[in-house]
Ligand binder design. Sequence first.
Ligand code: CTP
Length: 409
Amino acid sequence: MSSSRTDPTGGARTIVVGVTGGIAAYKAVSVIRSLVLLGHDVSVIATEAALRFVGKPTLEAISRNPVNVDLYEGVSEVRHVSIGQSADVIVIAPATANTIAKLAAGIADDLLGNTVLASTAPVVLAPAMHTEMWGNAATVANVARLRERGMTIVGPGVGQLTGSDSGAGRMSEPDEIVAAVLLALAPRDLEGRRILVTAGGTREALDPVRFLGNRSSGRQGVALAAAAAARGATVTLIGANLEVAPPPGVQTVEVVSTADLAEAVNEQAPGHDTVIMTAAVADYRPRFVAEGKIKKEDQGESLTLDLVRNPDILSDLAASKRPDQIIVGFGAETESDDEALLALARAKIARKGSDYLVVNRVGWTSGFSLPDNDVVVVDSAGDIVKTAAGSKSTVAHRILDLLVRPTSQ
Ligand code: CTP
């Protein structure tokens, strides 16, 4: 068994992707590609039937590894057992009704069946079949049995099937399957923790149709919420005008303005041991919000907005926190010099009083809405305690590493 399973940052893992004989096998190629691009070592086991739908050279090129099909090849390496033993996770996409039935019965008449039986790794299944097959009592019972044994079932979705019909049975999209695989790989080192994450950017209304806002998409906060939930925490996400969907399994509260956010944070914070303030908060709001649309005819050639300061939610939280609570702030800065950026971070954490401050660079073309991030984390003494770069999910895991409390031996 691989010893790398304890790595909380989602480092390189050994992932076995089982591909079985369904038309959705073509979508397995995207699953494999995403997992390889995330840096994982992907080993594909295809059934004979799968190779009728997608070619072995495609699977080998995309996985960057030989594809295993035959139970009786490589017998001297005891491959029917060794592949399963070395797996950190096994994902079967698509999982046909036939494969699901065989897994439920523990049948090992091919390499994939042997591999699953010989492995203690978590198993993720992405069923794909016609609606009638999915709804058949035999499949329903088989799926229930596999769930009871701890396997994760992703989907299936409802939508267009292979023919002209549509309904339940369509294989989940590759992104959803990859997310389930990463979830299965995550350690449960935040179990028992209650983490509140704010994400997105607040908007201050000027009139019924206009607002002052910022470019925060909410991606980093949503990635933090997803990663914390994957690691076993109970997570509440307060989303301010999110451009991305909140993660499944996370209780989400939607807000618009800074006042809404402040109210939601004040209500939720006491029930959480950690608050991560990823949200980009509008520091000012219009003193007056116009009842009707502001008209040019009434304003002339220029318009002056009268703005008043909003409360600083992070500072207020830090000032009133319980000793057992950890408060994490974010600082988005446009400073290009590294030393000057660090100086800003130190000044900001001193001002805000949080336990940690995560600083990243933002600009016209960096930071917001992008899939990647690059951060430095300072503690309340101003010392650098972490640097992290990569996907917002990777950065989220690195930040969460700071929150793991040592287990008492
Ligand atoms: N923040 C907050 N309430 C505000 C403004 C910011 O809680 N009114 C929080 C943000 O959620 C973030 C941190 O404070 O965690 C820093 O936000 P940032 O916008 O970088 O800092 P500002 O306080 O606006 O400081 P500056 O004006 O120097 O950029």
